[in-house]
Design a protein around this ligand. Structure first.
Ligand SMILES: [Zn+2]
Ligand SMILES: [Zn+2]
Length: 404
């Protein structure tokens, strides 16, 4: 027994580390207007590892104590006491199977080995992030600091991640008669965005609490989840007044990603392994969007395909089909150019949020997170109920519309 089954035996240095609590104050990196790419990369790696990081006993007691984090042992954070930094090195040695000094020098940023590297550090709040960077990466030109780099970095445990999915000020129920009496689409749009927001928050909670060290088959699922979370986040805010075309593109991409994610999660184990392998082998283009309809049919949701992707469900972005549907209008004397923008309807947003939340409920059943499966299922079911109510109200409010 021991680390072979992925668990630490009591004699392993791994056993000295405990899951981090989320009680520490979130800290935001203090950064200038520009940033050197290796600094950004180190912060990005730390941020990605933070949700599932384990800490030494001292940091478990006081999360705000001065700490050290090494990119080579990304899932551990220790205080600065020699016994704790030493324990982290012992874990690394155990994992490598040889002393860390015997490991070939490797640049944290570009990943090249066998080049001269220098030890570097960046402070994020009380934590010193350490890495080794090659001369080439050290000499790279600074770039403008992206806003994501200065967002707070917080450790997230499952209970706090779950609380964040349900903000108190955003109940998801609606009064059907009141909504049905609406004279404009505005209240429906607001409900659609709330649904999309719920999907985003669920996907983000799943992502934040997923343990690292995923095998490639599971990494496909995790990567799709994160992609859906990012797209849904961008779409859940207020829509631009002119219904910008970029929103339409992002929405299509969200539908495609969520569908593939959900379909893979629902596939039987043997099928899923084949499908995820095919996904990785598909090359830079990825699997075709033409599969969305078939996959929704497999999920028993074929009818949602037309609603989600109207007015051109099967048009590949940038294709002639898309041009003639969205950017050109045909007239007897030829084509005219059309600067009008498609809008994401409230029922479309609602269904996209519902699908993403249902995929997240399945995700928790299949992937390594500590989230409560019953809570995630309940949150997804609430969206299914919301959808049914809103569709009734919408049909009453706009009987002529026929669809979203
Ligand atoms: Zn310690
Ligand atoms: Zn490098």
């Amino acid at each position: 027994m021991g680390i072979a089954d992925g668990r630490a035996s009591s004699s392993s240095p791994e056993s000295l580390f405990a899951p981090a609590t989320a009680d520490g104050r979130p800290v935001a990196p203090v950064l200038g207007a520009t940033i050197t790419p290796w600094v950004l990369d180190l912060i990005r790696r730390y941020r990605a590892a933070a949700p599932s990081m384990r800490v030494c006993a001292h940091l478990a007691e006081d999360p705000d104590e001065g700490a050290v984090w090494q990119s080579s042992i990304f899932d551990l954070r220790t205080c600065r006491r020699a016994e704790c930094t030493g324990a982290a090195l012992a874990v690394l040695e155990e994992r490598l199977g040889h002393p860390p000094e015997d490991e070939p020098a490797r640049c944290t940023t570009c990943g090249r080995t066998g080049v001269a590297v220098r030890g570097v550090g960046v402070a994020v709040g009380p934590t010193m992030l350490r890495g080794t960077v090659c001369d080439h990466c050290l000499a790279a030109q600074p770039i403008p600091t992206p806003s994501s780099a200065t967002d707070p970095v917080a450790g997230v445990d499952a209970p706090s991640a779950q609380r964040q999915i349900e903000p108190d000020d955003e109940p998801l129920d609606v009064d059907v008669p009141e909504l049905a009496a609406a004279e404009s689409r505005i209240p429906f749009d607001a409900v659609g965005r709330r649904a999309l927001r719920r999907g985003w928050l669920m996907a983000e909670a799943c992502a934040r609490t997923t343990a690292p060290g995923l095998a490639p088959d599971r990494a496909v699922i995790g990567g799709l989840l994160v992609r859906a979370a990012k797209l849904a986040k961008g779409l859940a805010g207020p829509a631009p007044t002119d219904g910008a075309f970029v929103h339409d593109l992002a929405f299509r991409s969200l539908v495609e990603t969520t569908t593939t994610l959900w379909w893979l999660l629902r596939a039987e184990a043997a099928d899923a392994a084949t499908a995820t392998a095919a996904f990785r082998d598909a090359g830079p283009a990825g699997p075709g969007s033409g599969q969305v309809r078939d996959r929704l049919a497999d999920l028993g949701r074929e009818a949602d395909h037309t609603t989600l992707l109207s007015p051109s469900p099967d048009a590949v972005p940038g294709s002639w089909r898309e041009l003639t549907t969205l950017h050109l209008s045909e007239r007897p004397d030829g084509f005219a150019l059309d600067l009008g923008n498609p809008e994401i309807g409230p029922i479309q947003a609602l269904i996209a949020g519902e699908h993403l939340s249902l995929a997240c409920a399945d995700y928790v059943d299949r992937m390594p997170t500590d989230l409560d499966p019953d809570q995630l299922r309940r949150l997804a079911d609430e969206l299914t109920e919301l959808r049914a109510n809103v569709e009734v109200a919408y049909a009453e409010a706009f009987p002529e519309s026929g669809d979203a």
